[in-house]
Write a protein that binds this ligand. Sequence first.
Ligand SMILES: Nc1ncnc2c1ncn2[C@@H]1O[C@H](COP(=O)(O)OP(=O)(O)OP(=O)(O)O)[C@@H](O)[C@H]1O
Ligand SMILES: [Mg+2]
Length: 235
Amino acid sequence: MAKIAREKWKTYNNVFDQFTHRNLFKLASEGFFEDLKSTVALGKEANVFTAAKEDGSEVIVKIYRLENCNFNKMFDYIKQDPRYEGLNKKRREIIFAWTQREFRNLLKAREVIRVPTPLKCKDNIVVMELIGDVDPAPELKDAVPANPKKFFDEVIKNIKKLYKAGLVHGDLSHFNILNNNEHPVFIDFSQATTTDNAEAEDLLKRDVGNIVNFFNKRCGMKADPESIISKIRKS
Ligand SMILES: Nc1ncnc2c1ncn2[C@@H]1O[C@H](COP(=O)(O)OP(=O)(O)OP(=O)(O)O)[C@@H](O)[C@H]1O
Ligand SMILES: [Mg+2]
């Protein structure tokens, strides 16, 4: 790592807790990025940044907060996931499992649909591909597609492919779909779960409901969630 970058990292001491700061520094030393660039979002549980690599390209760094996050809610969700049975109700363990689940889900999802390529997971941090040409692509809520029906069909096809591969997103909405040059890219996979989860069918229903609502209300479509869900289940 260049000396300037090393000095710069010292100034982040006051921005992150010590544990996160150390992890970020380690990831930077390992070459996953050189420096954080700008804040993309300060979410409920995570802060999302763009980061510059030495070669000038950019990646996304998603940092789950160790404090000020609702780990009780995280625990209620993740304990239903058969992959995380027996997880202890300890703050850090839950946050690290939650972070790892996002990484694992992205790895699985990318086998069947376009999602950000996961690059590294370390405790409470996920590094992933930045979706967008230069800047991050806009969320669907801020970039209504030019051809809503075509975009909607692609979204449903993605849900179907994920379901067939044994995964339900679980937090799908116009906030967690990016409009990347008129093609949908699903993001924010920390809530995604396997279809053997007892809650999976309800989550699928909610995902489809959110999407249908958005397109019906914002784009004047007349999609029927029930028939779409039964087609997905039959696939
Ligand atoms: N890989 C990515 N490429 C481009 N933009 C991204 C990427 N990941 C996240 N973003 C942007 O950052 C925002 C927040 O990210 P994300 O949805 O993953 O976190 P969040 O909603 O804060 O998460 P959580 O609900 O788990 O706390 C997204 O809505 C999107 O605008
Ligand atoms: Mg989100």
